[in-house]
Design a protein around this ligand. Structure first.
Ligand SMILES: [Zn+2]
Length: 272
């Protein structure tokens, strides 16, 4: 391409800001596509704009970047005119010629562009965060609804609870505990419990693995069919269990288990 006629710096700047008319932009694009000098200039303008726009995210208007940008364009224009490094800028047909007034308008345009870029960035990042929150809420609701259904089935008065044993063995009292130490989550399901005298209750105990005192984990009474359950009693989190036990206590419950232990089970060592 003709190296003697380059696009003037301010036309390049306006082009970078998409402030030229479509015809002017087309002329600039055509020249730039064949001219390494102008392409390099345009690339550095784009770089500056990107830097300024990014800087806005943390500082509303990085004065340094804007002044440096303006100064560099000015000195480029001067160098072109005085030192003759650039020959007469290629003239692009314009309906109106902003020239000197260009910089005021240009900086206003730059500021608008910067604000728009920063706002766009902000909106996109907010939108992404919102989407992320929506996904988390959906996942949480799904797992919560699952947990609710499990608890409903386990505790529904109309649910049939059947213990399978070797045939001809009389059904013995049994209890099943599901325990998640990290959350302090516990579910007990007991069957074939003997009915209890008035003024008494069954009480469940968590026997900690560290040898400390048994932790009371809730009171329960069997229904007419001998079934009893505890769902998420209030117990401390993070207690690693060695075993669980059920005792018969006075109706208000006890601080320490009263012998004998009616039902007991050791926790597998893998429990967390
Ligand atoms: Zn050129």
């Amino acid at each position: 391409m003709n190296d003697a006629q380059h696009i003037s710096p301010d036309d390049l700047a306006l082009h970078a800001l998409q402030a030229l008319s479509p015809q002017e932009s087309a002329a600039v694009r055509e020249h730039v596509s064949g001219c390494g000098v102008c392409r390099a200039e345009l690339a550095s303008l784009h770089g500056d704009l990107a830097m300024v726009a990014l800087g806005v995210e943390q500082q509303p208007l990085p004065a340094g970047a804007r002044e440096r940008f303006a100064q560099r364009l000015e000195s480029d224009a001067r160098a072109g005119a005085v030192e003759g490094k650039r020959s007469e800028p290629m003239s692009i047909e314009r309906t109106s010629k902003p020239r000197l007034a260009t910089w005021a308008g240009w900086l206003a345009a730059a500021a608008a562009l910067i604000v728009a870029a920063a706002l766009g960035f902000e909106v996109n990042s907010l939108r992404a965060r919102l989407q992320e929150s929506d996904n988390k809420i959906a996942a949480f609701q799904a797992s919560e609804s699952q947990a609710k259904q499990v608890a409903e089935v386990l505790t529904a008065p109309s649910a049939q609870k059947v213990v399978l044993t070797a045939s001809k063995t009389p059904p013995a009292p049994t209890g099943r505990v599901v325990y998640l130490a990290s959350r302090g989550g516990l579910i007990l399901q007991a069957n074939n419990l003997a009915s209890i005298p008035a003024g008494k209750t069954y009480e469940l105990w968590v026997i900690p693995a560290d040898g400390s005192a048994p932790i009371p984990a809730g009171l329960f009474k069997p229904d007419a069919a001998g079934n009893g359950s505890l769902v998420l009693p209030s117990i401390p989190q993070g207690v690693k269990a060695k075993a669980f036990g059920v005792t018969l206590e006075d109706a208000a419950g006890s601080k320490t288990p009263t012998a004998p232990i009616l039902l007991a089970g050791a926790a597998p060592q893998s429990g967390e």
